[in-house]
Design a protein around this ligand. Structure first.
Ligand code: HEC
Length: 218
């Protein structure tokens, strides 16, 4: 009897080879992506900031600079702009001081579980405003309500004061509870939030300028 020609689609050999190739290709792609992402999110240095080298995640000393955003037509969303120098809690923070502030802020954000209510860099809850760009919230600006309310003259002091005594300054129907945050922890948290606001997150959260403005009824 004549052997029936078998189609390639029915051949075990074909599928086994394909599976091996696809697995091999995906493994190489993943390894490449891991290194590519690692390079993208590696923290920049203080020298990068001084030399105007743009890094997605700037050095902790970015807290010594003014941070604003501008629309990028090529990228189709807002991108961070590291501007001129500005004092942070009344002084220019050294490399060591800035790193220490960020360290305290990060640990405090974890121990006090800010993510339980807020979102940070895409992780957390939306019970309360997204904190990724909270530093830029116009409510903390010179014309915003928080400065007058807290009796402070700078954004960082007003934010720290709010974090230590949130229930004294309720601005929404939902109130942030007092979490027993000390002054050092509050300063660290503000540094942590300022640094986070300088991270290039590909425009996330979308339209945060308008979003945060909307949250504060502007
Ligand atoms: C139990 C829920 C809860 C936790 C936990 C919490 N918050 Fe809040 N937070 C809120 C609510 C609700 C508001 C809005 C209240 C208001 O503005 O009066 C708020 C407001 C804020 C604001 C002002 C936001 C803006 O855009 O201006 C900041 C900053 C903030 N929280 C930081 C923190 C940090 C840092 C932590 C962790 C140390 C934290 N919160 C933990 C509920 C929480």
């Amino acid at each position: 009897m004549e052997e029936r020609p078998t189609s390639v689609w029915g051949s075990n050999d074909f599928w086994q080879r394909s599976a091996a190739w696809v697995t091999g290709f995906a493994a190489i792609l993943l390894i490449w992506l891991t290194f590519d992402t690692g390079a993208q999110i590696a923290m920049g240095s203080d020298d990068d900031l001084k030399n105007g080298v743009t890094k997605r995640v700037p050095a902790p000393t970015v807290i010594n600079y003014k941070i604003t955003y501008e629309m990028s037509d090529t990228r189709g969303h807002e991108v961070p702009v590291i501007g001129e120098k500005e004092l942070f809690f009344g002084k220019e923070q050294s490399v060591e001081e800035a790193a220490a502030l960020l360290h305290v802020g990060k640990l405090t954000s974890q121990s006090k579980n800010c993510m339980n209510c807020h979102t940070l860099l895409g992780n957390g809850a939306y019970y309360a405003p997204d904190l990724t760009k909270a530093w830029l919230d116009p409510a903390w600006s010179d014309n915003g309500p928080y400065l007058g309310m807290t009796g402070k003259s700078t954004r960082e002091e007003a934010m720290a004061e709010f974090l230590m005594h949130p229930s004294t300054y309720p601005t929404h129907s939902r109130m942030m509870p007092d979490l027993g945050i000390t002054e050092d922890e509050a300063k660290g948290l503000v540094a942590f939030m300022k640094h986070m606001s300088s991270i290039d997150t590909n425009g996330f959260p979308r339209n945060f300028g308008r979003m945060q403005g909307a949250i504060h009824g502007k």
